[in-house]
Design a protein around this ligand. Structure first.
Ligand code: GLN
Length: 314
């Protein structure tokens, strides 16, 4: 769609960008080219569609070419733009944090289910390893009566989390705190007092990180991915800490790798959790673990180990 003057239109740029990205082996090339073009031109989807047969301003075209070159080098689109969305909420991202993923929204869905179905009163929530703060912010949006403690060991991640919490307008209820897993909760005397613990912990087996997509292995922080030799190093400590910090009847909800369900259900069982299940993500892969601490008077026969119970898709 070259115009008579030989000028390239938005549509030409979009097509060229898509081919460059396809040649670099990026499966979502058409979508990413469109997203990057929109952002380079400062337009929304409708604005861009309405202008496809027009030439873009020179600076937009130059910026788009730069974005495409970066994306072709496998930098994630969210990293190039410095932001993405989680649970419909804009979230700033940087190489210091894991980019929020759609499958992680399953944690919010499970929290909503627990509150609706089990009448779980959510007043005190902990988000362990908050990264960008996406889980804490989405939970703050869904549970207006809850206070949320969002912890991370990385100061750079916490800076970003604070920015995101403020931008979302939930800073009065989300406290962003530095420390390793539950360590900061200890100094706040939250032991035995948390209703819900959520986490998207690092769970990739160390030896498998380099075989992940280059967007992940080259651009995302190792600390947010590396689950140690068997992928479970952090999860073991998460389960241990959650057992101490949850109140009786409180829930632990966290994301896992698709092949980790049976091993993790076993760990939960041995740690005294009950009714542990793994819910599938949108792709049908077992992704979100939900488990409960028994009530104080709950008998072991009803609470006891329901080994490997109902992992619907493992
Ligand atoms: N789901 C991520 C990936 O495989 C891993 C995230 C994590 O370790 N929490 O790309």
């Amino acid at each position: 769609m070259r115009r008579s003057g030989g000028e390239l239109t938005f549509q030409d740029l979009r097509e060229r960008g898509t081919s460059v990205l396809l040649e670099s082996g990026i499966p979502e090339a058409p979508r990413d080219a469109l997203l990057l073009l929109q952002n380079a031109a400062g337009l929304d989807a409708a604005g861009l569609l309405a202008r496809l047969d027009r030439p873009p301003p020179d600076d937009a075209a130059a910026l788009f070419r730069e974005f495409v070159a970066r994306r072709a080098a496998r930098e994630p689109a969210a990293m190039i733009l410095g932001r993405t969305e989680f649970w419909g909420i804009p979230i700033r991202v940087a190489p210091d944090v894991l980019i929020p993923r759609p499958e992680t929204e399953g944690i919010i869905e499970e929290a909503l289910r627990l509150s609706a179905r089990d009448g779980l009163g959510l007043r005190t929530i902990a988000d362990i390893g908050t990264g960008s703060g996406c889980l804490a912010i989405a939970l703050a949006a869904e549970f207006p009566d809850a206070r949320i403690f969002a912890a991370d060991i990385s100061p750079a991640a916490l800076d970003l989390a604070r920015t995101n919490v403020e931008a979302a307008g939930v800073s009065a209820r989300v406290r962003v705190i530095e420390g390793d897993l539950f360590e900061p909760m200890g100094s706040l005397s939250l032991e035995g007092g948390i209703d819900l613990v959520v986490a998207n912990p690092p769970y990739v087996r160390r030896g498998e990180i380099d075989s992940l997509a280059p967007e992940v292995s080259r651009w995302e922080p190792r600390a947010a991915l590396d689950g140690g030799p068997d992928g479970l190093s952090v999860i073991r400590r998460l389960i241990d800490g959650a057992r101490r910090f949850l109140r009786p009847g409180g829930f632990l909800v966290f994301e896992i790798g698709h092949d980790q369900g049976p091993g993790i259900l076993d760990l939960l069982d041995r740690s005294g959790f009950v009714e542990a299940v793994v819910a599938p993500d949108l792709a049908g892969l077992p992704r979100v673990v939900v488990a409960r601490i028994p009530e104080r008077d709950e008998r072991p026969s009803s609470s006891g180990a329901r080994k490997g119970q109902e992992c619907s898709v493992c």
